[in-house]
Design a binder for this molecule. Structure first.
Ligand code: SF4
Ligand code: SF4
Length: 249
């Protein structure tokens, strides 16, 4: 990769919270900008680039236009990084997939529904090759900096595969199950340094599922603590509806 990689940032279906999180780097933002040339970023500048070394992409794919656009981005990018839960695993948009698409379309657009083509929400990896992920909702700044620094230094970013529980135990946090809370840490992918549970909050599963999640084991934990399995699966849908569909089929 050239000394100063050309970087482009794109948004698809999402709330743009991940991009805002990038602009919120404050102290580090000038350092980041010193190491790259930003060649395209709708949220912060005008213009389009013909090619780039790294594309950071936020949002899931939920319309035919999204599919066409992500293929264009992929063709122009040497490396593509998915930013945040929507891009990595479908995120909150995946809840759309739990109901018939026509019903959802009608509810949102009413009688104008034919003016707005829509598709079930998909993570980027369902349509194009994704090289690296920055997880979370919004994407975790510390993880973004790790991936960014590795790429700028020509190194391979390494993604966490352990559950949030592993990081939580290493920090010697009191498990929130003991306080009667449902926590999705046992099946959620770590890399966040157990951020929420370190503040006494339960994990909401925003970072996606661990590879081969032990849903049965989690069900046993819930039952042994007298907690609702249905409520836990409902919460898991919030960020992981697309992944759950795959796990269960
Ligand atoms: S991952 Fe969360 S913060 Fe980022 S675009 Fe999606 S909903 Fe917004
Ligand atoms: S609080 Fe959540 S993440 Fe931490 S050990 Fe308990 S179940 Fe796991």
């Amino acid at each position: 990769m050239a000394n100063k990689p050309r970087v482009a940032i794109f948004d698809f279906t999402g709330c743009e919270g991940c991009e805002l999180n990038q602009l919120n780097f404050e102290d580090q933002l000038l350092d980041i900008l010193a190491h790259v040339d930003i060649v395209e970023w709708r949220e912060a500048m005008d213009g389009q680039a013909d090619e780039y070394d790294i594309a950071f992409v936020e949002g899931s794919l939920s319309t035919p236009d999204c599919i066409e656009r992500i293929h264009k981005v992929r063709r122009k990018a040497k490396v593509l990084v998915a930013l945040g839960a929507c891009a990595v695993q479908g995120g909150v948009n995946g809840m759309k997939n739990t109901r018939p698409i026509e019903e959802v379309r009608e509810e949102v657009y009413g009688e104008d529904k034919y003016l707005f083509p829509t598709l079930p929400a998909l993570p980027l990896s369902a349509v194009v090759k994704v090289d690296y992920n920055v997880r979370g909702c919004p994407m975790t700044q510390i993880e973004f900096l790790k991936v960014f620094t590795s790429l700028v230094m020509g190194k391979e970013p390494v993604e966490a595969t352990q559950s949030v529980c592993v990081e939580c135990k290493l920090k010697e946090n009191e498990c929130v199950y003991e306080k009667g809370m449902i926590c999705l840490g046992p099946v959620t992918r770590g890399g966040c340094d157990a951020h929420c549970t370190s503040f006494g909050q339960y994990c909401t599963g925003c970072r996606g599922l661990v590879p081969e999640p032990n849903l049965k084991g989690m069900e046993e934990i819930l039952i042994s603590h007298g907690l609702s399995v249905d409520e836990a699966w409902k919460r898991l849908q919030l960020y992981n509806a697309v992944e759950l569909e795959k796990v269960r089929t």
